[in-house]
Each structure stands twice: as structure tokens, then as C-alpha cells.
Design a protein around this ligand. Structure first.
Ligand code: AR6
Length: 175
């Protein structure tokens, strides 16, 4: 499902964030040490190869809400933007910290004049953020940021399950 908002095409689709060849920058749901792990980070690091962690190492640790940008190594993209989402119930205020992830990721993409970016549902896996609430925060943040971006033409949300996709589709339908 797609919708154009202020000249940026917003797409929600089901898939693997590590397999988005048409996208210039993919976002990683990282851990503080920027090491590989499970979920999104595991998929991104194993597709990118060990060079990604070598590049990440000197940039760690990062705090909840922060982002860093690296090359993509063996991934089919140009950049990886690593965001540390809040652990739900531990890192507060969770809504602000999660919003900061999207905001900082878009700031880095704008700095690099990125035209297309793909986000996973940050914090909604191992970090336990309830998906509906996280979806609302991601949309509110990107809608507030889009008017400030000169280069972005496409923003894609890549969801891993049919259930998560339905929640994102309902949200995109509303905006
Ligand atoms: N592509 C797109 N979405 C995915 C993929 C994939 N390949 N794999 C999982 N998801 P998570 P977090 C979905 O746990 O909650 C890692 O171990 C998943 O279903 O990857 O921010 C890190 O090292 C969920 O909806 O990220 C950290 O320690 C969403 O992506 C920690 O997990 C996020 O799940 C980060 O936890």
C-alpha cells in the first residue's frame, strides 16, 4: 500500500529489511553496542558481512533514541542507519525516545541527501514496544519531519508479519 504525502511516497509492505535493493538507506533496530543480534540486527549484519560490525565498533555505544550511519558493505543499499530504540518499560519516556529514533534517522538521511529510506518497526520485537502505539509514534514523527526534508522521495515501512502490516496499513489509510 502506498500514499504520497507532501511529495514523499510512503509505502508499507511486508518483507525483509535486509533485502530492499531499491532503497538507498535501510534502518537497523540496533543494540547499544551495535553488534549483531537477533531480529532486524541479525538479518542486517549477516547479509552485510563482518565488515559492518568493524565499521560500527568505534561508533558504539549509543543511547536510546540515538542513531549512527555507516556504509552497507554487502547489503544492496548505500547506507545503514543504526537506531537504538527504547526497551519498553525500562527506557523512559519511551514515546519520546522512540520518536527520536525516526527523527535522527531522517536527519542522517537528509545529511547524506538520501532519496529513499526503509524502516523496520523499531523496538517492537525483543524490546517489547506494543505495536499499535509504536506505529502511531512512527507515523506522527515522520509526518512532522517530512516537510523539513529536501531530498527524500520515498519512505518505506517494512513489516515482518501480516498482523503488523495490517496495523501499518490502517494507519496509512487514516493519514
Ligand atoms: N525485516 C523486517 N522486520 C523484521 C525482521 C526483518 N528481517 N526481523 C524481525 N523483524 P527486533 P527491537 C521485526 O527484535 O525490538 C536485536 O537482537 C520484528 O518482528 O529486531 O528494536 C538487537 O540486537 C519486530 O516487529 O528489534 C537488539 O538487542 C521488529 O522487526 C534488539 O534485538 C523489531 O524487532 C532490538 O530490539
Amino acid at each position: 500500500m502506498k500514499k504520497t504525502i507532501q511529495n514523499v511516497e510512503i509505502e508499507v509492505s511486508k518483507g525483509d529489511i535486509a533485502n530492499q535493493p531499491e532503497i538507498e538507506a535501510v534502518v537497523n533496530a540496533a543494540n547499544a553496542q551495535l553488534t549483531t543480534g537477533g531480529g532486524v540486527a541479525g538479518a542486517i549484519h549477516s547479509a552485510a558481512g563482518p565488515g559492518l560490525y568493524e565499521e560500527c565498533k568505534p561508533l558504539a555505544p549509543i543511547s536510546p533514541g540515538e542513531a549512527v550511519i555507516t556504509g552497507s558493505h554487502k547489503l544492496p543499499n548505500k547506507y545503514v542507519i543504526h537506531c537504538l530504540g527504547p526497551v519498553y518499560g525500562r527506557d523512559n519516556p519511551a514515546d519520546k525516545l522512540l520518536g527520536n529514533c525516526y527523527k535522527n534517522a531522517l536527519k542522517y538521511s537528509e545529511d547524506k541527501q538520501v532519496k529513499s529510506v526503509a524502516f523496520p518497526a523499531i523496538s517492537t520485537g525483543v524490546f517489547g514496544y506494543p505495536i499499535k502505539e509504536a506505529t502511531r509514534i512512527s507515523f506522527n514523527t515522520i509526518l512532522a519531519e517530512i516537510p523539513k526534508l529536501k531530498h527524500l522521495q520515498k519512505l518505506k515501512f517494512v513489516l515482518f508479519s501480516e498482523a503488523d502490516l495490517k496495523i501499518y496499513e490502517a494507519m496509512l489509510d487514516e493519514v
